[in-house]
Design a protein around this ligand. Structure first.
Ligand code: BTN
Length: 272
């Protein structure tokens, strides 16, 4: 399946009424990983705002060292950004990207929610994921790569969903092609970064929480039952414990780091 650069450029320009493109696009048929290729290109002097797109990946990288299976038909892209952010706040890049992409897809009638911390979900199933990688110097992020994989027309497991088959059951097919989805994702990341940089992390977090499907979900942490009540600026899940052992835990409020627990998939409670 080919990728039409001209179609993408037209969609990008009409999406934000650009007269010029704010990204430097590198489009490939097949790559091991778009994140890896973008890092390689940056090392060779590519512009920091470069974007790498591939129609398939042979060694796609997922969160927590997992593999991201990437057959033809899916969307695989990586965007370079140079945020003014401390390394300890790096998770804000993932939160901003997740919110920006979900919010823009929702403008097209795709009722996407966010599953903590970095999953895009549709009808309780995984539509896509985000992998942020950073290069840090003296505690500051000097370059970041935001990698996004979205199920467009590729086969998915039982817990997944692809956008093309979901749209087939809808009255209107607002996202007409892979290039339009690509443009929506790129502009979504950009709008998430603008929200973070111009309006600040508190505004971003409240918008992220509005789309978070896990709010109110009951979870067990170390055999203690709790309820998800939010996410903090480091990307930690805020859980209010309902039962707790006063000998071990002094407060019923705890913050769980990304990657420590895995939340299941379920019907989204975010309204469309
Ligand atoms: C997740 O585990 O949910 C995040 C998956 C991110 C996959 C994308 S596909 C494009 C980019 N290149 C990679 O190697 N990974 C990311």
């Amino acid at each position: 399946m080919g990728f039409d650069r001209q179609l993408l450029e037209t969609a990008l320009k009409s999406g934000r009424r650009y007269t010029y493109l704010p990204f430097s696009l590198h489009i490939f048929e097949s790559l091991p990983s778009t994140n890896q290729t973008l890092w390689d290109l940056l090392k060779q002097g590519a512009e920091p705002n470069s974007v790498v797109i591939a129609t398939q990946q042979t060694a796609g990288r997922g969160q927590w060292g997992r593999q991201w299976i990437s057959p033809t038909g899916g969307l695989y892209l990586s965007m370079g950004i140079v945020p003014k952010l401390e390394a300890s706040d790096s998770y804000q890049l993932t939160l901003a990207s997740a919110w920006g992409i979900a919010a823009l897809l929702r403008q097209y009638g795709v009722s996407v929610g966010i599953k903590w911390p970095n999953d895009l979900v549709l009808h309780g199933r995984k539509l896509g994921g985000i992998l942020t990688e950073t290069k840090v110097h003296n505690g500051q992020i000097i370059q970041a790569v935001i990698g996004v994989g979205i199920n467009w027309a590729n086969p998915v497991p039982d817990t997944g969903i692809n956008l093309e088959s979901w749209q087939a059951s809808q009255p209107i097919k607002a996202i007409s092609c892979l290039e339009m989805l690509t443009s929506t994702v790129l502009l979504g990341i950009q709008s998430g970064m603008e929200c973070l940089c111009q309006e600040g992390v508190s505004v971003l977090l409240s918008r992220y929480l509005d789309l978070l499907s896990n709010i109110g979900e009951q979870v067990y942490i170390n055999n203690l039952l709790g309820t998800v009540v939010g996410v903090n600026a480091q990307g930690n899940l805020h859980v209010s414990l309902e039962t707790y052992d006063t000998n071990d835990i002094k407060t019923p409020e705890i913050y769980v780091e990304p990657g420590t627990i895995s939340l299941g998939y379920r019907e989204s409670s975010v309204s469309s």
